[in-house]
Design a protein around this ligand. Structure first.
Ligand code: LMR
Length: 393
């Protein structure tokens, strides 16, 4: 039986990790997978996470099962972090296995509710969005998103395309810090997106995996909150991997805003059922770290301060890179790097140029020219800038 299996296409982001590891060159630079690294190249455990783990270790008396939906303390704290003061009568939520697990469960939930749906995704999007939908056999179409000339959003194209989503279709949107491009909508543009969805009855699924990495914790949630307040039905998949730095704990949440309490209860039941069918109980350790931090004023403020430092360091690297490139190229064509937000920017280079960066300069980025800004430090920025110019980008 097992010999009937077909080889699976390697995930292009995860493949880079292996390629990078195997490269023996001194001074190689990893701008691949979306993991924050400090200037020493270390992905640190955040101070508040360490403190929360210590508290949990000292006080936890059992590791018996939690509920299928996870702990209410975690779900309420996350709902508050993402949505602010949202009336609970419309909100269903379950803890998930990371943000990816929340996306998968959201798509399963949507298909249970509407087996005929089509998912509308940005072009480009996180490759695993596409891979999950292909694996599930979910029909999807891409909407225009990135304008390769300006390296900004092709908003007219986006609007025209998402207007084609019908009632009960899903429109997958990145809540902030678009992955892979780094190009984001303004709040005025979000209002226009909301108006289109109000008109069509398509349901937004917001993937928010980088809250706190763009313009700040609240600013990054503003679009999600606007959508949540304006539309009758909204699905939200949030991740704690990046903003709490607990990547391997697999901590996320799926939230569903329903039209009324009866639909909320149905959603809650279906989401708990989906957890049961997939893995039973969601992982608890990461969720407990998050709720310990968010529900404690001191830990929360220390965590928020450290997250601000991370965010500001990425902004500093963006500014430095744009400025180096302005000097080296004698043009402002790389200024978009300073305007993009989040961990990633899409350079807009060809696959050959990306390959050249790897071959000539041991600089690793995803083949679509997505680079992880947090993989840089002030010493490697000039090296990258020089290599970009030398590669003719
Ligand atoms: C990324 O886009 O690099 C991250 O979300 C990590 C992943 O799982 O792909």
């Amino acid at each position: 039986m097992l010999s009937n299996l077909k080889p699976q296409a390697a995930d292009k982001i995860l493949m880079l990790i292996e390629e990078y590891k195997a490269d023996t060159r001194q001074g190689k630079i990893d701008l691949g997978v979306g993991v924050y690294k400090d200037p020493q190249g270390v992905t640190p455990v955040m101070r508040a996470v360490k403190a929360a783990e210590q508290r949990i270790w000292e006080s936890q008396t059992t590791k018996a099962y939690t509920g299928l939906a996870g702990e209410p303390e975690y779900r309420n704290a996350m709902a508050n972090m993402v949505l602010g003061d949202m009336p609970a009568d419309r909100l269903a939520s379950v803890a998930s296995v990371g943000g990816t697990g929340a996306i998968r469960q959201a798509l399963e939930l949507a298909r249970m509710a509407n087996p005929d749906l089509t998912v509308h995704v940005s072009n480009p999007t996180w490759p695993n969005h596409l891979s999950i939908m292909k694996f599930m056999g979910l029909p999807f179409v891409e909407y225009r998103y990135f304008d390769n000339d300006s390296r900004g959003v092709d908003f007219e194209g986006m609007k025209a395309d998402i207007a084609k989503a019908g009632k009960g279709d899903i429109v997958l949107l990145h809540g902030c810090c678009h992955n892979p491009t780094g190009a984001n909508l303004t709040m005025d543009q979000w209002k226009e997106v909301v108006a289109i969805l109000q008109q069509s009855g398509a349901v937004p699924l917001i993937d928010i995996a980088y809250q706190g990495f763009g313009d700040g914790l609240d600013a990054d949630a503003a679009a999600t909150r606007l959508v949540a307040q304006s539309l009758p039905e909204v699905l939200i998949a949030a991740s704690c991997s990046k903003n709490f730095g607990i990547y391997r704990e697999r901590t996320g949440i799926l939230m569903a805003l329903a039209e009324n309490t009866a639909a909320r209860d149905l959603s809650q039941g279906a989401m708990a059922f989906l957890n049961r069918q997939t893995f039973s109980f969601p992982p608890d350790h990461g969720a407990r770290i998050v709720s310990t931090i968010l529900n404690d004023a001191e830990l929360r403020s220390d965590w928020a301060a450290e997250l601000e430092d991370v965010r500001n360091s990425m902004l500093g690297l963006r500014a430095q890179l744009a400025s180096e490139l302005r000097d080296l190229s004698g043009s402002d064509r790389f200024d978009f790097l300073a305007n993009h937000r989040g961990m990633f920017s899409r350079l807009g280079a060809t696959p050959e140029q990306v390959q050249k960066l790897k071959t000539d300069s041991a600089i690793y980025m995803v083949g679509d020219s997505r680079l992880n800004i947090a993989g840089l430090n002030s010493d490697t920025v000039p090296v990258l800038a020089r290599a970009i110019v030398d590669a003719g980008i």
